[in-house]
Ligand binder design. Structure first.
Ligand code: WTA
Length: 653
């Protein structure tokens, strides 16, 4: 966790009560109600979650709300049968909501598509039948590598509909990352596109997939979606027998496809995320608990109302897009805005122009974007009419109070509550957040636990402490069910502390006198760059692949816009310790090739040595101190203290 964050939140004492207007109509609007319902959700979790689950439609009711007999492999709603696609699409596509907009999509060049719930229902069924025609069935793994076009949401829902397990790969990942994920999940089909727009450039997804799947024997077909169904699209080379154009196959299939009846504990999706080893882990989420958790959190935290126009700026390639573009809002019958491109294309006013144009009422984004907008200047904001906004959200990393205040004043005009939502890929949905009609907010705090969430700050022994490790003391419905293919790693990563009694998310936090949580950042070797999780070990293993590199240590450092940036200390083989710009760019290229451009470090420092203990362990703490200009802590355990001075000089050069 960074000192800067800790210091800025320690000084924060401003409190913003929920605006009276908002509270008047909110689903939950008094602190007493929140406290009573929270208490009940902990005292009677079966009753509480059972009632919530009854708001969704089930093909068969569950036998048992929660089964803890194989802790930490929890089961929710055992025996129940449902389909999340039915709850997100079908039940709204019949009756009075059929003609309501489900997805309002805008491409980076300004093209638009609107799909009503009826349209979405039709498109999802067609997509599902195309998948079936390619031999995809219940339990099969399907990888998706698509731009932010409606077909990404449609394909995700189509997988869910037929019980195929989707594994969405963010379209910024490299061919090597595609290969690793497709191999790990043994995906049978990869769905990609002919292209997508990002900052005026076309993403060449198909050729990345071609390279990625060359080594993936599990892949039977690559299904290629045209970004623009109304034109000839971008040229792609197609491999005879393996590659199939979606628009051609779609003409040949039936428009009707019933929902598969899924067991509540059947796998819904895998989503790969970084951890503290070099290998990303496939986080497993199952149908029942995830449906209930995303449904309820979206309803209460975004206070969704029938007329809302809701926009979450995340990519569906990350968990935020899964839970709060697709599943959460659609299960609530919301109108969801989806935008393909970059926030500053063609200019830094794009987001505000979209809010103005589509009359967005709820806006959910990341602190890194907010900080970039602050830097680009208020004039871009002032051009747009933001008067439709009624609620703002933040996710992905700690929001610094300065960014919070800017968001509150410039975007919310002082009248919109801000929900700072803390959660993770592993938690499936939000666990800590204000309720917008209830909770007085403090800039930088995710405030209080959501219903059913028993959060605490603990020391290593499991005692409550004002500042320490965040812990979740009982299971919630959206909890991950495991790491694909690696149950041991699942136990070691999340159940390693406190004798396996509580879930350990890997974050450090503080709790104030009002019981508010202030999550300050990761305490493990995961760095959060612009809200993207990157394991330092992942980069280190990339660097050592280079023949000139003997060893490396990668650390996270505070970054003005990205929240955190990466700095790599690289030890070269032989006598050379100076490196060169050529070597630096080779190492950067290697990172782009193995992971993706977004994982490139801010700085690469070549060195003759690294600070190590006498037993040979690299002391990352000292590297962090050097990078942040902190006075160095205890260096007596160092094998060779002179290393520090030379690194300090190199760092500041
Ligand atoms: C961090 C993103 C502080 C945290 C949904 C967590 C946050 C990691 C917040 C998960 C927040 C996310 N305040 N920190 N509101 N939201 N984080 O899996 O360190 O991409 O462990 O999920 O982001 O990142 P992930």
């Amino acid at each position: 966790m960074t000192m800067e964050n800790i210091e800025s939140v320690l000084q924060e004492s401003r409190v913003f009560p929920p605006p009276a207007d908002f509270a008047k109509t909110a689903h939950i609007n008094s602190m007493d109600d929140y406290r009573a319902l929270h208490r009940r959700s902990l005292d009677d979790p079966f009753g509480f979650w059972g009632e919530v689950a009854s708001e969704l439609e089930w093909f068969k009711p569950w036998r048992e709300v929660l089964d803890e007999s194989e802790k930490p492999f929890f089961k929710w709603f055992s025996g129940g049968k449902l389909n999340i696609c039915h709850n997100a699409v079908d039940r709204h596509a019949r009756g009075s909501m059929a003609n309501k907009a489900a997805i309002v999509w805008e491409g980076e060049p300004g093209d638009e598509r609107v799909l009503t719930y009826r349209d979405l229902h039709r498109e999802v069924q067609r997509f599902a039948n195309v998948l079936k025609s390619l031999g995809v069935g219940k339990g099969d793994s399907v990888a998706l590598y698509l731009p932010m076009i409606p077909e990404l949401a449609i394909a995700v829902l189509a997988c869910a509909r037929i019980g195929a397990v989707h594994s969405v790969i963010f379209a910024g990942f490299s061919a090597d990352s595609v290969r690793d994920r497709v191999q790990d999940a043994s995906s049978k089909i990869v769905i990609t596109g002919d292209g997508g727009w990002r900052r005026g450039k076309v993403l060449e997804l198909k050729s990345i997939v071609d390279e990625g799947v060359a080594d993936c024997p599990s892949v039977e077909h690559v299904l290629v979606v045209r970004r623009d169904p109304f034109t000839e699209g971008f040229p792609c080379s197609m491999q005879e027998g393996r590659d199939v154009w979606y628009h051609e196959r779609a003409k040949t299939v039936s428009p009707h496809c019933p929902c598969e009846e899924m067991d509540a504990e059947d796998l819904l999706f895998l989503l790969y995320t970084s951890g503290s080893t070099g290998k990303p882990k496939g986080i497993m989420h199952t149908v029942g608990g995830y449906s209930v958790h995303t449904y309820l959190t979206a309803k209460y935290i975004f206070d969704l109302r029938p007329k809302d126009v809701y926009w979450c700026t995340a990519d569906v390639g990350w968990i935020t897009g899964h839970s709060y573009i697709v599943y959460g809002p659609l299960q609530n019958g919301a109108t969801v805005v989806m935008y393909e491109g970059a926030p500053n294309a063609p200019d830094p006013g794009r987001f505000w122009e979209l809010i103005d144009k589509h009359r967005v009422t709820i806006f959910y984004t990341a602190p890194t974007a907010i900080r970039a907008f602050m830097k680009w200047g208020d004039e871009w904001v002032e051009k747009a009419d933001l008067s439709t906004l009624r609620l703002l959200g933040s996710v992905g990393e700690p929001i610094n109070p300065e960014a919070w205040m800017w968001y509150h004043e410039k975007i919310g005009k002082g009248r919109c509550p801000i929900v700072d939502t803390w959660w993770q890929t592993e938690t499936g949905g939000i666990l800590l957040s204000p309720l917008p009609g209830v909770t007085p907010t403090k800039p930088g705090s995710a405030t209080l636990p959501f219903f059913g969430v028993d959060a605490a700050i603990l020391d290593a022994e499991g005692n409550e402490t004002p500042s320490g490790l965040l812990a979740i003391r009982r299971p919630w419905p959206g909890i991950l069910r495991g790491i694909w293919g690696d149950p041991e790693r699942f136990k070691q990563t999340y159940w390693c502390n406190w004798e396996g009694r509580y879930y350990f998310p890997g974050d450090g936090a503080r709790r104030d006198d009002d019981g508010y949580f202030w999550v300050v950042g990761r305490v493990d070797d995961v760095v959060n760059v612009s809200g993207h999780r990157i394991g330092t070990a992942e980069l280190e293993s990339v660097f050592v692949e280079h023949p000139q590199v003997a060893e490396s240590a990668v650390i996270g450092v505070p970054h003005e816009i990205k929240g955190q940036g990466l700095v790599a200390f690289v030890l070269l083989r032989g006598t050379d310790s100076t490196g060169s710009d050529t070597l630096r760019s080779e190492l950067n290229d290697l990172v782009s090739k193995r992971i993706g451009k977004f994982a490139k470090p801010e700085k690469i420092i070549f060195s003759a040595d690294l600070p190590k203990t006498r037993s040979g362990k690299i002391m990352r703490r000292l590297l962090r101190d050097i990078a942040t200009g902190q006075s160095l802590g205890n260096v007596t355990t160092l094998a060779d203290p002179s290393v520090i001075e030379s690194l300090k000089t190199k760092y500041t050069d």
